[in-house]
Design a protein around this ligand. Structure first.
Ligand code: THG
Length: 367
């Protein structure tokens, strides 16, 4: 194997030291940061998320803070989801598109004040984009990266763990709503969120000096519940139908193709980036859609970075954009981004170099 050359470009999260002390085995790169992966037992990590509680270093979900007189205006310009009814203390899942209606990021927006927002971003550079748009539109805003790093606590027992640290008020938080708090003097915001469908919270650390201390507080509080380290879990997110922006999408993919149409409001003002393109795409009807795939093989996916083409009748009809063994379905499953001519119930072939594998299209989510 290889090791990583330390570099200021590859920013560590404040939790990385604690994660390495837990025996971190694999990592990837996300938002130009090191993103922890597995701690050596992916089966145990998966079942802990499904049946118990798991803690994740997701400091790679970087925050872009927009503050100032025109902050609300810029936030709306950057997303085709209507933000006019968003309240202070509320979070919203907001797809972002470019001028052609192509999906470029899918942040969670946190509204802190009438004139202050955080974009909690997926893997692409929203800072460049937001600064460029603000300057081009002549808006009065300060766009900065605050010293803020999320950690996720996920799974059916996450609420008990987080309540034992912060108090029973966390049980009343609605989905994506958040509240400022502290523990042992460490400033945080606590939000009901996280990239799984097993329930849970994200604790946004607001002072990176305390990464290891916060990690250990959560670990200790979680001990009676069997907490252990983990990370965003490919098998679970595919079973649950969660989209990975830039994993399941590329520079040709619009939100309607990947089941994000519910988060687009076509009657937002005309100055919202990409809204005219989205109205056109919506009116004409998207050409592709995202469906589940159940592969007729128990052989694991080969080690491969690229999408795998889907064939029917000798023609390429789409792509398989992700694939994983599902421990609950005991099958290999994935997502298809495929021509609208194909629907749930149809069969296609997944091209895997020499070997083609039959796969059945199904509705998402799997579970
Ligand atoms: N947490 C935080 N920031 C993030 C992520 C996160 N930024 C990047 C990335 N993840 C954003 N992507 C998603 C995608 C989906 C969801 C959350 C973040 C999600 N979706 C639910 C669903 O699809 O069912 C609910 C959405 C809704 O109905 O509003 O939870 O994980 N801090």
């Amino acid at each position: 194997m290889f090791s990583v050359i330390p570099s200021a470009r590859l920013r560590p999260s404040p939790f990385l030291e604690a994660a390495m002390a837990e025996g971190l085995q694999t990592a990837s790169v996300y938002n130009r940061m090191i993103m922890p992966g597995s701690y050596g037992d992916m089966q145990a990590e998966y079942w802990r998320l499904i049946n118990g509680v798991s803690m994740w270093d997701v400091g790679v979900e970087r925050q872009v803070q927009v503050k100032g007189k025109d902050a609300a205006k810029l936030a709306q310009i950057l997303s085709p989801r209507d933000l006019s009814k968003c309240k202070i203390g509320q979070g919203k899942y907001i797809p972002m598109v470019n001028h052609s209606g192509i999906l470029i990021n899918d942040p969670i927006l946190l509204k802190h004040e009438e004139d202050m927002f955080w974009f909690s971003i997926a893997d692409s550079d929203v800072m460049f984009w937001a600064k460029a748009i603000a300057a081009e539109r002549g808006l009065e805003v300060d766009i900065t990266e605050p010293d803020v790093s999320p950690m996720a606590v996920q799974g059916p027992l996450a609420e008990d763990v987080v309540a034992s640290i912060f108090g029973d008020w966390v049980r009343d938080l609605k989905y994506f709503w958040f509240h400022d708090s502290e523990v042992e003097g460490i400033p945080v915001a606590v939000q009901r969120s996280g990239w799984s469908k097993q329930g849970g919270f994200e604790i946004y650390l607001k002072d990176s000096r305390f990464g290891s201390q916060l990690w250990n507080i959560i670990k200790e509080a979680g001990l009676p519940y069997g907490i252990g380290p983990g990370s965003p879990t490919t098998a679970e997110r595919i079973e649950s139908g969660l989209v990975s922006c830039w994993g399941d999408t590329d520079y040709t993919t619009n939100p309607y193709e990947v089941r994000l149409g519910n988060y687009i409001d076509l009657d937002v003002p005309d100055d919202v980036i990409g809204i005219k393109a989205l109205r056109k795409i919506h009116a004409e009807g998207p050409k592709r859609h995202q469906l589940g795939l159940i592969l007729e093989t128990n052989i694991p996916k080969p080690f491969r970075f690229a999408w795998e083409p889907l064939m029917s009748g000798g023609q390429v009809v789409g792509d398989m954009t992700c694939c994983s063994w599902s421990p609950r379905l005991t099958k290999n499953i994935g997502f298809a981004l495929i021509s609208k001519e194909f629907n749930a119930g149809d069969e296609v072939e997944v091209m895997r170099g020499d070997e083609n594998v039959l796969a059945k299209l199904v509705e998402l989510p799997f579970l």
